[in-house]
Design a protein. Structure first.
Length: 79
């Protein structure tokens, strides 16, 4: 249970620092936080058992696609 709390605390710190850095450099802080959360979700799904009728694999692919879309949106806004 402590490990789970530690991971959440670390994730919160990463998100908070991402948002702070985003504001400091004029980036998209909410979009950057979204990428961080999607990467965390991807990592959790990778750890899950693979026997999910193909749904886990599809979810991983969709998360990868979502990360790409968010990054594309950030790049568009930076122009």
């Amino acid at each position: 249970m402590r490990t789970h709390f530690g991971r959440r605390l670390l994730l919160g710190a990463v998100i908070a620092s991402s948002v702070g850095i985003g504001y400091a450099i004029g980036a998209q802080p909410h979009m950057a936080a979204t990428v961080t959360m999607l990467q965390s979700a991807h990592a959790e799904l990778v750890k899950a058992s693979p026997n999910k009728g193909g749904h886990r694999a599809r979810a991983l692919a969709l998360i990868d696609q979502a990360i790409g879309e968010v990054r594309a949106g950030m790049a568009f806004a930076a122009r």
